[in-house]
Design a protein around this ligand. Sequence first.
Ligand code: ATP
Length: 829
Amino acid sequence: MEGETATANLLEPPATGTKPISIRPINPSESTNVSRSFTLSSTTSSSSSSPPDFLRHIQAAFKRPRPLGKMQSNSIMPRRLVAPLRQASRGSTLNTDCTLEAKKTQDEIPLSHRLMECISQPKNTASDTVEAQEDASMPPSEYGSTVDAHEENYSSFNSLRDQPRSFTGRRSNITTASLVTECEQVLLAEGQKKVHFAADSTSRSQEMDWDVGNQMEAVTAAGQILRDQNIQTTDVDGNGNSSLLANRTLGVADQIHQFSNFLQNDLSHPMTQASVVGSSFTTTTLINSTSAPMINSTTYCPQSHLARKSTESLGEHKLKSEHPVQSSYPFSKNENRLAADQTAIAVPSSTTETDSEVKRPNVAEGTRNSMLIKGDVPKDTSPLEDNVAKECVTDIHSGVRLSKVSSSNMKLEPSKTEKQEKSVGSKAASSSRKKGYDPDTFFKVNGKLYQRLGKIGSGGSSEVHKAIASDCSIYALKKIKLKGRDYATAYGFCQEIEYLKRLKGKNNIIQLIDYEVTDKSLLHEVMNGSMSNNESRVKEDGYIYMVLEYGEIDLAHMLSQKWRELDGSESIIDENWLRFYWQQILLAVNTIHDERIVHSDLKPANFLLVRGSLKLIDFGIAKAIMCDTTNIQRDTQVGTLSYMSPEAFMCNETDANGNTIKCGRPSDIWSLGCILYQMVYGRTPFSEYKTFWAKFKVITDPNHAILYEPLSNPWLLDLMKKCLAWDRNERWRIPQLLQHPFLVPPVPPQLPAPLEQTCTLLQLIAKSCENDGKASILCMQLQNLLVHPTQISYEALPVCQYQKLLCDVSSLCLQLQEQLGNSERGTKM
Ligand SMILES: Nc1ncnc2c1ncn2[C@@H]1O[C@H](COP(=O)(O)OP(=O)(O)OP(=O)(O)O)[C@@H](O)[C@H]1O
């Protein structure tokens, strides 16, 4: 892959240049953005930029910094624990029929109501203690059907989880523990309505209704938050200081309030809806606690993060719970006690924000979860899915192992950590009080709260977070900061919303669920198309929030995964895989072209997999085609370098005939050609040209021949050439591409009678010597040569090649003759 960089590009001066070109060179993985746009001069014009101009261009280029998205790195490092399984295990521990029966009456009470009851009426301490003790004394195996490989991980996790429950006499802790237990019971009971545990004592296999699994996860997550808080409530640092807890309490009260509100408001309606994200839902509904970062199935932790995190949290829990000291903070009322129990929630969620990064599960992970819970392997999982699934399991182990190691190496630095936590905690608390919710934990879009589950990635201009809504649906929440941006850029952002609104209901475009532009006047200007203030910058502290359908994995990551699978082998990605996703890419782009929108930044990272289908994202630089034209005009050239068409490089310049070069749909087709090329060869067509200027030179050169390595399928080669024709008028349009023989293989031609007879004869011979594999294959080859002589190349062959073909046929005939002779002798002997 390429390793082009902005600096490298800037160092090499153009021969001549005038045009400011705002480009997004790709990162070494080639499929993603680089850290920023920048301005460069193109070479085709005769005048050159004056120094002030040049500086201005550079400044302009920094207008929209584009930091490299974390998820856009080449490395996919899924780290998962199958938390729902644990829940299910507990379920299966209790899963006798009579348990189900016993819970039946409870089921009639709405889940949320009972959850709220749990929160507001903590249960009898003694019984809880007993239950807690029972729980704690339960051998790991009693946890039911936990897959062996995970048992070790769970047991350590369980020990953390259950520890506070066994502290008899610490009423506040037990109260929370009981509350958590109660919550779990409620959700278990709720789950059992639809969950059918087929756990027999030997196989311990389970079957779960997925809808319920999803809901259970969500509620488990709720319980988990409380539980985590409980763990921390018992915590006192190594020196026995509990003052920090007291300091946090204010923020906690807010958090508790928010959380109970979230539960009350958000979980109050019967939870009948599964997450909209289909295959990803199993991994998406766990809530990443702000107080006790933990390894769960939704949390992606790069190793360094994981190590740090386990030092800060997991290890901390471990150490602390080994030295339990009762919190001395006085509480007079139940609510206060509850607040104290959950003091830990005031640990700044901002820490979580920066540290935790939600791993992008893909469809395979969904499948994997399903396999683990259902205990049966879906037969239709693709090799990709299987592979990813395997990797997930491997990574789970490594992740957990790592966390153990780092926790054991942990050193406590109470004073420093305390100080930081105190300041961030109080800041968060005051901000929470002002807004009525903790902005570090929740997003509010049009009055609706979304809890942040972690950062998915960041584009040049935005951060994208995974978030859970009140109905337990998972969304991607794109947050764009407007302050400091020039109005034109801000206008572009708002326009993305406009495009997404226009594309609502189109199932191959990522769907905009909701949005809010906090700077209403800006939105107003955009909506009316009146830009009064386009020279100045946005001063207000405005944000754009976009609630989007959640994508599990992008094509760039899917491709790098595929290429990893093929590591070292000469073969190309399976053609049917190519066909499937290529067709989806075409259909998605066709949708926008039909709407007269040119995307201008097509690249693998902008196609997301949602429930098995690719959907197009990122209309940040898309442009609408005016009604009276087929092209668009741009002030600056934009796109991602490796996928940019020749005309995108030269936009608005004049061609040899004196016509202004414009970008239109063909420009997107070129980008599609680059994507296909990358899918086939594992690199983009101009990847060997590392710098901007080298790339610029070859891409804008009409005589430059793109290198195509030979392929067994000539149609595939042809397809790439149809997209990557230098002359934009020669490039095929999407409707044509959808009918290309690579996607729609031609029906075999009607054979002339004599040839038909020959084929029948060959089939008879093949049948008669079916015990002789070699002879059968020779017959088939012969038939193929006779029927599809043009398959060697669909273009007319030179005479010498026909002669060679005939030579091949006769040699095959001779071999067949010999083979048949041998097999006849063999039969006689
Ligand atoms: N709906 C979504 N679901 C999941 N992930 C998403 C979604 N939208 C965006 N992302 C992730 O966030 C990253 C940045 O999003 P997006 O490309 O929309 O932002 P941007 O600021 O316009 O970035 P770019 O620099 O590519 O233009 C994407 O590469 C993708 O990994």
